[in-house]
Design a protein around this ligand. Sequence first.
Ligand SMILES: Cc1ncc(COP(=O)(O)O)c(C=O)c1O
Length: 383
Amino acid sequence: MKSSQRSSIDPFIVMDIMERAQALEQSGRSIVHMEVGQPGTSAPKVAKEFLKASMRDNPMGYTVALGLPNLRKKIAELYGDWYGLDIDWNRIIITSGSSAGFILAFTALFDQADTVGLGNPGYPSYRQIMKTLNLKPLLINTTEKNKFQPTPSELSKHIINGLLIASPGNPTGCMIEKDSLNQLVDYCNHKKISLISDEIYHGIQYEMKPSSVLEFSDSCYVINSFSKYFSMTGWRIGWMVVPEEHVRVVERIQQNMFICASHASQIVALGAFESKDELEKNLEIYKENRARLLRVMPEMGFNNIAPPDGAFYLYIDISKFSSDSYDFAKRMLDIGGVAITPGIDFDPINGKSMIRISYARSTPEILNGIERIKTFMDEKKYI
Ligand SMILES: Cc1ncc(COP(=O)(O)O)c(C=O)c1O
C-alpha cells in the first residue's frame, strides 16, 4: 500500500537508541541510560495517591476538550508563583503532552507551505511534525554567545510566518536572557510572526530563572508539559496558554483530533501540584549530576561544553575524537554500555561533531555512566 509523501520523515534517533539499549538489556547487558530526556523518578507519590482515590468512584469518562477546570485553575496559579503573572485560566488548554500541543499549535496558526523558523540546534520533533503537516521548517543559525537562541538580527535575514523557541533549550540547556527574550517577542509582534514558546524545561534551572514570553505579550502561544519538572513523561499530559481569541480555535481542533487529554493523567497532574517538596528534591539530583559532569568531562578531553542554565543535558563537542556522532554513540552503547544521543538528531548541519548526554537519572547511575565513559575514552574505543 502506498504511504504519503508527508509521512516520509526522519526517525527520532534518541527513541531508536533507547530501543536498542533496551534490546541489549534484554539480552543481559547492563546499560546506563544517558540518552533520553526523562527523569529517573516516577510521578510524585501524592499524585499517584490522588489517582488511586479517584478511581474508586470516578468512571473516568471523557473530560471537556479544554481539560478539567480545576487543573486549568491550578496551572494559572503556577504562572502567579513562577512569574508573578495573572493568567486567566480560561486561556489554558490541557493537552496529551507538549507533543500534542505542537500539533494543535501548528494546525491552529499555520497553513500549508507556511515557513516556521527554528533555532538550530533544537528538539528534532519540531521539524518532523512540521513536515507531516506540510509546513516548511527553516533552521535559524544560532551561536553559543547568543545561548544557541535566534536573535532579531538573524531573523531579519529570513521571511517566516512563525517562530518556535525553547528556553532552556534542548539539547543545550541554554537560556535566553530576559532582555533578549523581550526583544525577540517585540520583533515577532512587530513583524506579525506567530511566536510559539516551548517552556517545557521551566522549573529545572540552576543559576538564573527563565522568563516566560507571557511576561512580555499575550499574543503568543506557550507550550508546556508535566513530563520534565513534574516527572511524568509516560502520563502524556501537558498544557498550552493561548490568546483569548484562540481558545475556541484550538478547542475545535482538540475536540476533533484528540477529544481530550487522558482523564486519569489529568487527575495525576492535579496531584502533582501538592508535591512541591518531592519535586524540589529531584532538582537537587540534577544539580549534583550537572556539577559532577561539568567537573569530570573536561578531564576526559571534552573541553567545549556550554554550561547548561537549565534542563538536564550537556551538548558536547566530540570533533577531537570523531567526525561521525552516530558511530560514536553506537560504539559508546555497544562497547561502552552507555546510551547517549548523537548530535545529528538535533542539528542536521553540524551535529556530526556533537553528542548530547542526559543527566536526569539518579546520581549513582550517572557516576556509573561517568566511569564507563572514562574507560571507553581511555581505551580509545571510539576509533
Ligand atoms: C524541548 C522539548 N519539547 C517537547 C518535548 C516533548 O515532551 P512531552 O513529553 O511533553 O511530549 C521534549 C521531550 O524531550 C523536549 O525536549
